[in-house]
Design a protein around this ligand. Structure first.
Ligand code: HEC
Length: 167
């Protein structure tokens, strides 16, 4: 009967976490897909650096936040990716972000009257893609501290060229 108790406890905990919008066990395939979105389609790395620490190679791009040190919870992270951050260089990735008030209750016209111009995202992302990005970010980046050799090898799935320059 001990097993039964643990099942109930796990279910209760999972329910709590799901409601809080945090630690949902991320599937390895989802994490890998999220990483691809970060590097390629979303091109987050252009502004946030490949490690998410804000150390980017292209100085023409806006300085993205250090996502390894961010204190955001998952729900807020997802919202910021969809809606961007008005007044900064963080673009909104939801195609409908400022169409119907879903982002901070504002529409395009409201942004215009307030003189806020938001950057176009490299590509728009589906809600599902934003969840995959969050799976990746919370598994490999957020709260993980500075990149080091061991983390780098894990990140790229083995020895990688970029890891050589890391102490
Ligand atoms: C064109 C540059 C650019 C791109 C592309 C970009 N960001 Fe950002 N991002 C920024 C800037 C600039 C900020 C705000 C920095 C600041 O606080 O001044 C930011 C902030 C954030 C924040 C808030 C962090 C915090 O602690 O407040 C999150 C989360 C984030 N970006 C995630 C992403 C993700 C995920 C992607 C890819 C889907 C992405 N960003 C793509 C420039 C960019």
């Amino acid at each position: 009967m001990k097993n039964m108790q643990f099942h109930l406890l796990a279910a209760a905990l999972a329910g709590t976490f799901a409601m809080a919008g945090t630690a949902r066990a991320a599937d390895a395939g989802d994490v890998a897909e999220g990483m691809r979105l970060f590097m390629q389609k979303g091109n987050c790395q252009a502004c946030h650096g490949w490690a998410g620490d804000g150390r980017k190679t292209d100085n023409q791009m806006p300085d993205g936040a250090n996502l390894r040190e961010t204190k955001l919870d998952r729900k807020t992270f997802v919202m910021i990716v969809k809606c961007g951050l008005p007044g900064t260089g963080m673009p909104p990735f939801d195609r409908l972000a400022y169409s119907d008030g879903r982002c901070f209750g504002k529409k395009e016209a409201d942004l215009r009257t307030q003189g806020i111009k938001m950057a176009d995202p490299p590509a728009t992302l589906q809600p599902r893609e934003v969840e995959l990005l969050a799976d990746f970010a919370f598994e490999k980046m957020v709260g993980k501290g500075p990149m080091d050799k061991a983390k780098c090898a894990d990140y790229w799935g083995g020895e990688s060229e970029v890891c050589r320059e890391i102490k």
